[in-house]
Ligand binder design. Structure first.
Ligand SMILES: Nc1ncnc2c1ncn2[C@@H]1O[C@H](COP(=O)(O)OP(=O)(O)O)[C@@H](O)[C@H]1O
Ligand SMILES: [Mg+2]
Length: 430
């Protein structure tokens, strides 16, 4: 098969690494990719939001499978563009059409969808500029902390959790009246705060059948002990320790089955990954949000645990044979730790030479994210620069390997959290 993969992060490096192992792969292209993906295929200078350039490339190079890493091209309708062109309409696309991408593209849409189909989630109401006063009054009926979510895509920065009523009211005014989040904040979802343990579940689905991937827990805060600013993610581990069998049975029944049935009922086609962000409240799952693609850095932790051929699963999905597939998942644990540029998620410097990449033993994998290559050497080019993933019998074993190898890597001002997973690894061994 000839494959085109869209994206340029650690997630895409992990996907490229995973499918490069498949005997079904003929040629792999990545747009735009990074020096990590270039180890497994050919990087291309194509804008991931230029649908016509993508369609033309797919047709000229006989692409059989298009895998969309990030959400933006999906919300931008790349899958629809492929289907609408007679030259490319038979290509399998991993990632939903625009209609399905609304599950991530609009928080208000996804909350309404969950409500319509009985998918457990926090109680909520949605407000816009014309209903600001009702929104302020609604806040008064809730108790702290207050959860405010911009409706549209806001690069992971559109959710505010405010400790006091005063702050919640002023944030709501800022978003709706002053437009502090632009178009993404034209509507705001205000919802009940869920007190519990967060985890992520992922399925690969054709809209009817699905394969369940390993679960994950990610670490969003930049500082140790989950302090400081929110980031795109500082590390992840898989499986999530709170995802025991009884709990996952509930997730399948109350969340996954109802979500897929809802898509079918509404006539929304869906092919690709569905990432379901959950809060475990007591013993019950509640959906925090849907994402219409894999997470980053969860992908870097999850894919190394999949022992079956991911590309074969994609192929089966395209042929309508997903129900015959079985995803084989290792019983081991996987951890990934992100190395970032000092200062991230605020301002930081780029262009720092990365040392030690050739010293990482086979016990760990480096997935590159914000890197670039110059004259055969690798430099930082973003906030999140690379992740180190390890797989072991225990979480603490995997973490020890990851940290041993992170120690061999460096660039000026590099930083990583030293405490990923420790609270859980210790709890498990007790
Ligand atoms: N109702 C809620 N109760 C408690 N925490 C929440 C709630 N909704 C969101 N959060 C927290 O805020 C984070 C971001 O919210 P989410 O809906 O995932 O938005 P996004 O990923 O688009 O920024 C979640 O990962 C979770 O930690
Ligand atoms: Mg989220």
């Amino acid at each position: 098969m000839n494959v085109l993969l869209l994206g340029s992060g650690g997630r895409e490096h992990a996907i490229a690494w995973s499918i490069a192992k498949s005997p079904l792969l003929t040629e792999l292209f990545i747009a735009p990719g990074n020096p990590g993906t270039a180890q497994h295929g050919k990087n291309l200078l194509i804008d991931t939001e230029d649908n016509s350039a993508i369609v033309t490339f797919c047709s000229e190079r006989d692409i059989n499978l298009l895998i969309v890493g990030p959400e933006a091209p999906l919300v931008n309708g790349v899958h629809d563009a492929i289907l609408n062109d007679p030259r490319t309409k038979d290509i399998t696309v991993i990632g939903p059409q625009k209609a399905g991408a609304m599950l991530e593209g609009s928080k208000d849409f996804s909350k309404q969808f969950m409500l319509r189909h009985g998918v457990p989630t926090a109680a909520y109401k949605t407000f816009e500029a014309t209903t600001l006063n009702q929104g302020l009054a609604f806040l008064e009926t809730l108790s702290p902390p207050y959860v405010l979510k911009c409706d549209g895509l806001a690069a992971g920065k559109g959710v505010l959790i405010e400790p006091t009523l005063e702050k919640a009211k002023s944030s709501l005014k800022n978003i709706l009246e002053d437009g502090s989040f632009g178009a993404a904040g034209a509507k705001v979802v205000i919802e009940e705060f869920l007190d519990g343990t967060e985890l992520s579940t992922f399925i690969l689905t054709d809209g009817k059948d699905y394969l369940l991937l390993p679960t994950a827990k990610d670490y969003k805060c930049v500082g140790e002990g989950d302090t400081g600013l929110n980031t795109g993610g500082m590390g992840a581990l898989s499986p999530a320790p709170v995802a025991d069998e009884a709990f996952m049975r509930k997730v399948k029944e109350k969340v996954i089955a109802r979500s897929l049935k809802g898509l079918q009922k509404e006539g929304i086609p869906y092919k690709g990954f569905l990432f379901i962000g959950l809060m475990r409240v007591g013993d019950e799952p509640k959906v925090i949000e849907y994402n219409v693609r894999m997470g980053d850095p969860e992908t870097e932790a999850v894919l190394p645990l999949i022992e079956s051929d991911l590309l074969a699963h994609f192929k089966a999905l395209g042929e309508g044979k997903l129900s015959r597939e079985e995803m084989i998942i290792s019983s081991k644990c996987s951890t990934t730790v992100m190395m970032v540029s000092g200062g991230y998620p605020e301002s930081y410097e780029k262009g720092k030479k990365i040392y030690g990449l050739n010293e990482i033993g086979p016990e760990s994998m480096v997935f590159q994210a914000g890197t670039k290559e110059m004259n055969g050497e690798i430099f930082s080019s973003g906030g999140r620069v690379l992740t180190v993933t390890s797989v072991e019998e225990t979480l603490s074993g995997a973490l020890a390997k990851s940290y041993r190898n992170l120690n061999k890597l460096s660039f000026e001002n590099s930083y990583y959290r030293k405490d990923i997973g420790y609270e859980l690894a210790n709890a498990r061994e007790d």
